[in-house]
Design a protein around this ligand. Structure first.
Ligand SMILES: Nc1ncnc2c1ncn2[C@@H]1O[C@H](COP(=O)(O)OP(=O)(O)OP(=O)(O)O)[C@@H](O)[C@H]1O
Ligand SMILES: O=C(O)c1ccc[n+]([C@@H]2O[C@H](COP(=O)([O-])O)[C@@H](O)[C@H]2O)c1
Length: 214
């Protein structure tokens, strides 16, 4: 049977429990062998992250250290250019060959922005998409995606055993939680103890990240 790899890109500033649980449940719901989490260096679509690439990677590595199904992949941090996902997916496809199944994982908020991604059509020629609802996503679905979903949606991602360009929706446990919320709480001196893995929180405190500068 072909190997099945999930790719999960994010700013991860910082990585939190909703990211990790979604990755794990995606791996269960789509029978993935592994999920590679890819922190981006220069997000093409938003303000630069607050924490450095080195800190975000270190936090991610701590977060996945005892979970063999989740792997930190630092490749985007070594590219100076904008972190276009297509560049990452092409590079990984070159490494793994044609037979391994690739799934790009993303929450609904990120999915709604997909039509504006760099070479978005090419992404669908290289991998399938696994999308999940994100609590409190206020945006409407773009028309272009409605059309795409009509042609490409499959209900059960485990039935995808070949090909590319299909889109499946999965239902990981919902957490109304964001990295923005965590950064804000930290700036305000409030607790985030149960929103992050403990080693990540210890790292944030040790390195005095996300503190208000006076
Ligand atoms: N609470 C959540 N539940 C489900 N998916 C999430 C959640 N938070 C983030 N994601 C997904 O994780 C991916 C990376 O998100 P990102 O690193 O921007 O996290 P974030 O918490 O949204 O951060 P920020 O608040 O800085 O925008 C996206 O696909 C996003 O949809
Ligand atoms: O390739 C693009 O044009 C592109 C545009 C927007 C977002 N992305 C990727 O989508 C992932 C989730 O982004 P974000 O903002 O939710 O952290 C992250 O890996 C980004 O690099 C990629």
């Amino acid at each position: 049977m072909a190997k099945r790899i999930g790719l999960y890109g994010g700013t991860f500033d910082p990585i939190h429990l909703a990211h990790l649980q979604a990755a794990l449940e995606a791996s269960e719901q789509a029978s993935l062998d592994e999920v590679r989490l890819l922190p981006c260096a220069n997000p093409p679509h938003r303000q630069p992250p607050l924490a450095s690439a080195a800190h975000r990677l270190a936090m991610l590595q701590l977060a996945v250290a005892d979970e063999p199904r989740l792997i930190a992949d630092e490749r985007e941090l070594h590219r100076a250019a904008p972190s276009y996902s297509i560049d990452t997916i092409e590079a990984i496809r070159r490494e793994i060959g044609e037979n391994t199944l690739l799934f790009w994982l993303l929450g609904e908020d990120a999915f709604y922005g997909l039509p504006s991604w760099h070479r978005f059509d090419d992404i669908l020629k290289l991998c399938h998409l696994l999308v999940w609802q994100r609590p409190q996503n206020p945006q409407p679905m773009p028309d272009k995606l409605r059309e795409l979903l009509k042609q490409r949606t499959v209900t059960d991602p485990t039935e995808l055993s070949e090909g590319r360009g299909k889109i499946a929706f999965i239902q990981p446990t919902a957490f109304a939680l964001s990295a923005t919320q965590i950064r804000t709480r930290l700036f305000d001196g409030r607790s985030v103890r149960y929103l992050l893995p403990k080693p990540v929180l210890d790292y944030i405190q040790r390195h005095e990240l996300y503190r208000a500068t006076v």
